[in-house]
Design a protein around this ligand. Structure first.
Ligand code: FES
Length: 73
């Protein structure tokens, strides 16, 4: 299993990482508003949060909000 994007909006976690690298401190809502990801089912939210926290952009297991809770807006 390879999980590397917000499927609903076709935005990769690599794009999320690039945006965060270019806009330090943008916050979760800042990146999702800017890229248009995580606006529908929101199943990608914990992956995006982990990308923002660790820089990881490809995942091979399911991550839930319990695994990667929101710590900032
Ligand atoms: S996978 Fe990102 S909103 Fe559905």
């Amino acid at each position: 299993m390879r999980i590397d994007r917000c499927v609903c909006h076709g935005v990769t976690f690599e794009e999320v990482k690039r945006h965060c690298d270019a806009h330090p401190g943008c916050g979760f809502e800042g990146v999702t508003d800017a890229l248009g990801c995580c606006q529908s089912c929101t199943m990608c939210e914990p992956y995006i949060r982990r990308t923002m926290r660790t820089g990881q952009v490809v995942f091979h297991q399911v991550i839930t909000a319990r695994d990667e809770p929101a710590i900032r807006g």
